[in-house]
Write a protein that binds this ligand. Structure first.
Ligand SMILES: [Cu+2]
Length: 88
């Protein structure tokens, strides 16, 4: 599943989703997905590595800012945005 969708080896996390022709890997926040679908960058998708505390579904009092990265099938990875953690 992950290889078929071009997710780099180091980012094969527990959750994968497909939306609007993009691949989402890990706990990608909805704000980043909305920005992705609006801006439509030339990437394969977004990944949040490591299931960080404070990401969606991982709400935590010990959450810290975490990075949303872009990736492509050539193995290029870049910072998309840094998100603030959620505390619930
Ligand atoms: Cu997870």
């Amino acid at each position: 599943m992950h290889a078929r969708h071009g997710v780099p080896q180091q980012f094969r996390e527990c959750h994968i989703a497909l939306v609007g022709g993009y691949v989402l890997e890990g706990h990608v926040p909805v704000e980043s997905i909305q920005r992705l679908l609006k801006e439509k960058p030339a990437v394969t998708g977004l990944v949040v590595p490591g299931m960080p505390a404070g990401s969606p579904g991982m709400e935590s009092p010990s959450g810290r800012p975490y990075d949303v990265l872009t990736f492509d099938r050539q193995g290029r990875v870049a910072l998309y945005e840094r998100m603030q953690p959620r505390f619930y």
